[in-house]
Design a protein around this ligand. Structure first.
Ligand code: HEC
Length: 239
């Protein structure tokens, strides 16, 4: 008798505390263990513990961060600073051609690109770090750029060789300043899409060191045989 009463009490207790959700056909025991009271990403808050909210049904709770949010992390000051937003604006019209929807655009087509010629690579090469930085740039380049630009940077990547794509320049004859390379890689240019969302600023600057090594095998080399390629490129660009 006592035993069956205990079982009955347990069963009725379980039925009373369970609730039914329209999404789950069976009874939900311990709903607060399934549905957190705290807001969680990717949870539908249209129904929480039988409280219905039409306005929140079928919406995701993880919202797009506000425009201008900076995803910075880490404790290395140099790295964190490099995560700050790029200070240049995309050119007029780039919202339609290069996916910069909603961005604050420059007032014209070329002033920001031209001004970017003065921007310098914040990653300074030293005898100690040069090979590491250039190899780092090379590894990102191999994943993000090589299929168009080619392993040797001659503009003959597999995409181009297949005939699917054209108009990729040969770096050997690309005489633009490093700041302009950054601008074009970040925002895109002509048939090249923007890469600011796929590669970080730090990665772009490292790739630029690698591109300069492709342009001049002595770039980033120290010692008697080394030629400071950066100066060579800038002198040529100025002519
Ligand atoms: C889908 C093919 C494609 C990919 C991927 C691509 N590029 Fe390009 N890139 C081009 C084309 C095409 C141009 C020529 C754009 C123009 O001048 O109209 C170009 C131009 C450039 C230029 C010269 C920009 C200038 O201002 O003249 C640089 C530097 C460059 N790319 C670097 C990169 C880097 C670094 C990556 C990888 C992060 C990359 N590209 C990925 C196709 C591509």
């Amino acid at each position: 008798m006592l035993r069956s009463f205990t079982i009955l009490a347990f069963v009725s207790g379980a039925l009373l505390t369970s609730c039914k959700s329209s999404d789950s056909p069976f009874y939900e025991y311990m709903p607060d263990m399934y549905r957190s009271a705290a807001i969680e990403p990717y949870v539908d808050y249209g129904e929480v513990r039988e409280r219905y909210d039409e306005n929140r049904a079928n919406t995701i709770s993880a919202k797009v961060p506000p425009f201008g949010s900076i995803p910075f992390f880490g404790t290395d000051k140099e790295e964190v600073l490099m995560m700050m937003p790029y200070h240049r604006k995309p050119a007029l019209g780039m919202d339609l051609t290069h996916n910069h929807y909603g961005a604050v655009l420059a007032a014209d087509y070329d002033s920001e690109y031209l001004a970017s010629a003065n921007d310098k690579n914040p990653i300074k090469l030293t005898e100690a770090n040069a090979e590491d930085v250039i190899n780092y740039g090379k590894s990102v380049y191999a994943k993000q750029c090589q299929h168009c630009h080619g392993e040797a940077g001659d503009g003959k990547g597999p995409m181009v060789e297949s005939g699917a794509y054209s108009g990729v320049p040969n770096y050997a004859s690309l005489m633009i300043a490093e700041g302009q390379m950054f601008y074009s890689i970040y925002y895109g240019k002509g048939l090249m899409g923007a890469h600011g969302n796929t590669v970080s600023k730090k990665e772009i600057w490292a790739i630029i060191h690698y591109i300069k090594r492709l342009q001049d095998e002595n770039y980033g080399k120290f010692g008697a045989a080394a030629v400071v390629a950066e100066e060579t490129v800038e002198v040529e660009a100025a002519q």
